[in-house]
Design a protein around this ligand. Structure first.
Ligand code: ATP
Length: 143
């Protein structure tokens, strides 16, 4: 019998300006797919803390939360279990640290020029969050 479970993750759209003043966005690659760093919210853990912790764990990067961007949800299956997943995203500013991809889960982590990000993202939910992030960056005068 099929059953449904829920999962809750938090993640970050991390930006920084490179030496030329160009905006870059931090993405992670798992196999062929690029997306934003994210991961499971622990019991009792605030969402924003989970987002910062996951960015650090997956990419090695320290960041500072600028704004909440919103939530997305999607479904996937794991064996006979249907999983309804919710992910809460924050806009974050790079605060330091070298990129060190988490060995077990991530194939690569990299800052990409902001103009290239839309083409790299494969999930519609990521594209939606990225649109919101760009709007916020415009408001902040960063874009
Ligand atoms: P987390 O990064 O939150 O710890 P995880 O790596 O266990 O979680 P997901 O990245 O959610 O899990 O991936 C679980 C399944 O959902 C995979 O089959 C993946 O391809 C798919 N998936 C991941 N992100 C999305 C998305 N934004 N939209 C639809 N499907 C997705």
């Amino acid at each position: 019998m099929e059953r449904t479970e829920w999962e809750f993750s938090a993640g970050g759209v991390v930006y920084r300006k490179n030496e030329q003043g160009k905006l870059e966005i931090l993405l992670i690659r798992v196999k062929t797919r690029w997306s934003f760093p994210k991961g499971n919210i622990e019991k009792g853990e605030p969402r924003d803390q989970a987002a910062l912790r996951e960015v650090k764990e997956e990419t090695g990067v320290d960041a500072e939360i600028i704004n909440y961007l919103g939530e997305v949800d999607y479904w996937y299956s794991s064996g006979l279990v249907r999983i309804h997943k919710f992910v809460y995203y924050y806009l974050m500013k790079y605060a330091g640290g070298d990129i060190v991809p988490q060995k077990e889960e991530i194939d690569e982590a990299k800052f990409h020029p902001i103009e290239e990000v839309d083409n790299l993202l494969s999930y519609p939910t990521d594209k939606k969050i990225f649109e919101r992030a760009k709007k916020e960056l415009e408001k902040l005068g960063e874009l």
